[in-house]
Design a protein around this ligand. Structure first.
Ligand SMILES: [Zn+2]
Length: 152
């Protein structure tokens, strides 16, 4: 796996094409999904659904940014990266413990979002969040789940 930053383009499409170009994120607003080839070069398709509890994309008129980070733990390469302003920013590979913590955090956020469990107080710090803060040092955008916490 390369550690250098890689440029990625994007294409707004209705249908995700069968043959994907490398370094291109295909975005279907109609089907609320994004698909791209893993930037490590392994050639696997990475699907990131657009949803309040999944990924979201920001388009500044020139480049896209995707939140939160993309961790392909199910692929042999286990790539983990951010796409920020049309650049792949490689993140460190997570240990199994951190992957598990991240998964449990996702599950908790989803349950909080759908009101199954009361939302925890903002400003808490647990291992997974601290790790995230590290991973996206240098970006000014808050993770999407922070926005969820500020609901009245
Ligand atoms: Zn890969």
């Amino acid at each position: 796996m390369t550690t250098s930053n890689t440029k990625v383009g994007h294409e707004f499409v209705e249908f995700i094409p069968d043959n994907l170009e490398p370094a291109t994120v295909y975005i279907s607003l109609k089907y609320k999904t994004m698909v791209h080839l893993c930037p490590c070069g392994c050639g696997n398709k990475v699907v990131t659904p657009l949803s309040p509890t999944g990924w979201n994309v920001r388009f500044d008129g020139r480049t896209i940014s995707i939140y939160p980070s993309i961790g392909s733990w199910n692929l042999p390469c286990e790539s983990h990266y951010w796409i920020t302003h049309g650049q792949v920013e490689w993140s460190e590979r997570w240990s199994t413990r951190r992957i598990k913590a991240g998964f449990e955090r996702d599950q908790r956020i989803k349950r909080e979002y759908y009101g199954e469990i009361p939302a925890r107080k903002a400003g808490r710090s647990d291992a997974a969040r601290d790790d995230d803060g590290e991973a996206k040092a240098g970006t000014t955008c808050k993770p999407w789940w922070d926005r969820l916490k500020r609901r009245p």
